[in-house]
Every structure is written in structure tokens, then in C-alpha cells.
Design a binder for this molecule. Structure first.
Ligand SMILES: Nc1ncnc2c1ncn2[C@@H]1O[C@H](COP(=O)(O)OP(=O)(O)O)[C@@H](O)[C@H]1O
Ligand SMILES: [Mg+2]
Length: 232
């Protein structure tokens, strides 16, 4: 079998020190293969976001390793770390993290700007990503003028603009009504199916988790069970 695209080995993460120390992850091992959709499921406070931040190289573990394409990521630092994260991953968070006063297009091309891509090319790729999410006519609107569903579609456009191999979604439908949430889910799973983008979705929504190829259940900083999709 090939390398996992992303893997965690005995990850531990503690916050604080001494009597204030809190062990958020207590030794998590997880291998994710290219093209999979994986749900990380657990109650609030179980360590899901902590695990996602470590897998996405947004934070460092206290101990343990994260491997990307079979290589240890511990040696990635500074510019190389940012470049790797920027070109490999797309992010879809519950809280959107759009800059409200900037245009939708400016928000969507931010990863390209960070990557140092020129303004003309940014504009072309930004419009293409917006068109894919059926937001082409909103390019010039301010981000805060969008509805919740449109905001999340703009976030997905931003996640896609760099052609990532992996999309991380942390409670992607948490702030949306169920009809809008269903549309956002369909878009994410469409990208997985049609473009082979690996999906890693953090959720406490069992229905969303059930749509993934695999579910990893986290409790108190440990993986308690892993479950494959039951064939229909
Ligand atoms: N920066 C931090 N400092 C201190 N404690 C934290 C920090 N981030 C998370 N925690 C604690 O770690 C535990 C796991 O948090 P988190 O990974 O956000 O859980 P989940 O996403 O499953 O709700 C929680 O008890 C939370 O309070
Ligand atoms: Mg969380």
C-alpha cells in the first residue's frame, strides 16, 4: 500500500503548565489516504479541533509526529511550513473567517496573495473559483453583504483557489440552517468524488459523519473507535 497522504503517530498535545496543564490529546494515531473522506467525531471539548490544527500544521504537537506524504513535518519551519500548508490544504471553518469589509474576490484570492501570485493571475483564478461555487456575480460585493450560505460557499471558493489536495472542514455546517448546510455538504462531497480531494471533516453531527468513508471517534483526547461506512 502507498503512504498515507497524512498521518499522525502518537500525537500528544498539552496546553498550559504545571497545575494548569491540560492534556487535550493523549496519544492519537491516525492514517489518512488520498481521496478518502474522514470524519473526526466527538463531543465538544474532546480534542477534535486540536487534532485538526496539528494535522493541518497550524500548531505543533507536544510529542508525536505528523507525516505529510510520508515525510516528517517537524523539520518544516517558517516560510517552507507556510508554503506547504498554503499549497496543500484548504480550510473551511464554522466561523468563516472572512474579512467583512473586503470584497468577496479579495477574500477568495487571499491564499494566492500569500503564495506570492501576481494580481492578474489571482483575479483569473479567483473568478474561476467563484464561478464554480456559483458566486460569480458576487465577486465585487462586500463579504458582510452575503448570506450565511453564500459566505460558506465563498469560504469553499477560497479553500479551492490553490487547488489543495486536502480540505479541512471544522464544523462546516455549524452556523447554517439545515437546507443551506445540506448544499454546503453536497459541494464538499462533490469535490471529494469528482476531484479526489481528501476531506477531513471535524463534526459532532452524526448525519454529516455518516456521509464520510470513515469515522474516527475521539473522547477525552483519545481515539475510541474507527468505523468504515456500512455498504448501502
Ligand atoms: N489554547 C488552549 N489553551 C488551553 N486549553 C485549550 C486550548 N485549546 C483547547 N483547549 C482545551 O482542550 C480541550 C480540547 O479542545 P478542542 O480541541 O477545541 O475540542 P473540540 O474541538 O473537540 O471541542 C478543551 O478542554 C479545551 O478547553
Ligand atoms: Mg472544535
Amino acid at each position: 500500500m502507498s503512504h498515507p497522504i497524512l498521518a499522525a503517530y502518537d500525537l500528544k498535545k498539552s496546553y498550559g503548565r504545571g497545575p494548569n496543564r491540560f492534556d487535550a490529546l493523549k496519544g492519537v494515531t491516525l492514517e489518512i489516504f488520498a481521496g478518502e473522506s474522514v470524519a473526526i467525531v466527538g463531543k465538544s471539548g474532546s480534542g477534535k479541533s486540536t487534532l485538526m490544527h496539528l494535522l493541518a500544521l497550524l500548531d505543533k504537537p507536544s510529542t508525536g509526529t505528523v507525516e505529510l506524504g510520508g515525510s516528517d513535518t517537524a523539520t518544516l519551519k517558517g516560510k517552507r511550513l507556510n508554503e506547504t500548508r498554503n499549497k496543500t490544504f484548504g480550510f473551511v471553518f464554522q466561523q468563516f473567517f472572512l474579512t467583512p469589509g473586503a470584497s468577496v474576490l479579495e477574500n477568495v484570492v487571499l491564499p494566492l496573495k500569500i503564495a506570492g501570485i501576481g494580481s492578474r493571475s489571482r483575479r483569473v483564478r479567483g473568478h474561476a473559483a467563484l464561478d464554480r461555487l456559483e458566486l460569480g456575480d458576487k465577486a465585487k460585493s462586500k463579504a458582510n453583504a452575503l448570506s450565511g450560505g453564500q459566505k460558506q460557499r465563498a469560504v469553499i471558493a477560497r479553500a479551492l483557489v490553490n487547488d489543495p489536495r486536502i480540505i479541512f472542514a471544522d464544523e462546516p455546517t455549524g452556523n447554517l440552517d439545515s437546507a443551506t448546510g445540506a448544499i454546503v455538504e453536497d459541494i464538499l462531497f462533490g469535490l471529494n468524488r469528482e476531484q479526489g480531494i481528501t476531506l477531513i471533516i471535524v463534526t459532532h453531527d452524526e448525519d454529516l459523519a455518516a456521509r464520510c468513508d470513515r469515522r474516527v471517534y475521539i473522547r477525552d483526547g483519545l481515539v475510541v473507535t474507527e468505523e468504515a461506512r456500512v455498504a448501502a
